[in-house]
Design a protein around this ligand. Structure first.
Ligand code: ATP
Ligand code: MG
Length: 350
């Protein structure tokens, strides 16, 4: 278990990299930190590892207050964004290094290293040095080294960022299976929302040193707490449309929708609907967005359709390949599973 209390990091020069973070990560949990570049993900991981000293607040690992302990006494294994591995050691020695520190006999070290290496497709590279490896191979060596030492917690900083798309998917599945088997508490940093959704038990979405939402992938996907989270999650961005309330209805991009509750005409409302949750029909309906198809983008099994609405905003929706009307066709899009935000904060699901 990792517990962060009021964790704050202000760098010399005044950057608030972490701003009063409170968080408990459960035993064996796979926890993802997700957010745009510069939001404080690496700083948070380095603070847990003991490589940064917090300006305020505490870090507990299990029941131990480790805030003032050096990294070596925290029993965590970190894989860095730039995967520092030892240039003068071959792959076997790199993977086995933490076992050597723990004074495990040489033969046992080699067996363990070979076992982990095999699971990361590194068997043919065991006698090479880092200079003779590609970036993705070096990254897998760094992962293998962390896994070999079986720590209390894994701290992974974008460990898959240098892998090509296919290896990245393979490594992702491998990591998830391995983490389940070992049941080691894992904090995983990524700015790839798909990776976070696929891997994590819970996700924290960060912005400017703060945690905007901490929840399961399903909750984050279906009930993003703010428009920032809504726009960050999803492989095609959520449609976020300005909405206006009258005493009788909610008006959004030419559609007249039922009022979800008492709203005021002055409220700053945003209507959100994912491209995957809209159906296209050739006829106009009052509860659907009217428009004209303007752009078609091929997504393989599906097509991303852009609909220009008469009131201005365009709406994007995903339809199965082959069912897209040609550009220029009038059509209307019926939403489901929509969300309503007031002042950029989730008010209700619709
Ligand atoms: N040593 C440092 N001194 C001063 N400012 C720093 C230092 N390290 C990081 N920062 C600043 O702290 C903020 C958070 O940085 P951090 O590296 O944690 O971001 P990140 O979320 O990991 O981003 P990325 O996705 O680009 O890796 C940034 O504004 C960064 O410029
Ligand atoms: Mg980083």
């Amino acid at each position: 278990m990792i517990t962060l209390h009021a964790l704050t990091k202000i760098f010399p020069g005044g950057v608030h990299a972490l701003d009063d973070i409170h968080l408990t990560i459960a035993d064996g949990e796979f926890f993802a930190l997700l957010g745009p570049s510069g939001c404080g993900k690496t700083t948070l991981l380095r603070t847990i590892a003991g490589l940064e000293t917090p300006t305020r607040g505490t870090v507990h690992i299990d029941d131990r207050n480790v805030t003032d302990l050096p990294p070596g006494q925290r029993d965590v294994a970190m894989v860095f964004q730039d995967y520092a591995i030892f240039p003068h050691m071959d792959v076997t020695a790199n993977i086995a290094y933490p076992l050597r520190i723990k004074k495990i006999p040489r033969a046992e070290r080699a067996t363990k290293a070979a076992g982990v290496a095999a699971r990361l497709s590194l068997t043919d590279l065991l006698h090479r040095r880092p200079a003779e490896l590609s970036g993705g191979q070096q990254q897998r060596v760094a992962l293998a080294r962390a896994i070999a030492c079986h720590p209390t917690a894994f701290l992974f900083d974008e460990p898959l960022s240098n892998l090509d798309a296919r290896l990245r998917l393979e490594a992702r599945t491998f990591l998830k299976r391995l983490q389940r088997e070992l049941a080691v508490t894992t904090v995983f940093v990524t700015h790839d929302q798909a990776e976070a959704l696929a891997l994590a038990d819970r996700i924290a979405v960060m912005s400017d040193g703060r945690m905007i939402q901490v929840a399961t992938p399903a909750e984050i996907f279906h009930r993003p707490a703010t428009t920032f989270v809504a726009s960050f999650i999803g492989s095609t961005p959520m449609n976020l449309l300005p909405a206006r309330a009258t005493p009788a209805a909610l008006h959004v991009a030419g559609a007249t929708l039922p009022l979800p509750g008492p709203l005021h005409s002055g409220d700053n409302l945003t209507y959100g609907v994912r491209p995957e949750y809209m159906t296209l029909s050739p006829t106009e309906r009052p509860d659907a967005f009217p428009g004209v198809i303007s752009v078609l983008e091929n997504l393989g099994t599906h097509t991303l359709v852009t609909l220009e609405t008469p009131t201005g905003p365009h709406i994007q929706l995903v339809v199965p390949e082959g069912e897209e009307p040609p550009p220029g066709t009038p059509a209307s899009a019926t939403p489901r599973r929509a969300l309503l935000y007031r002042d950029d904060t989730l008010l209700t699901t619709l």
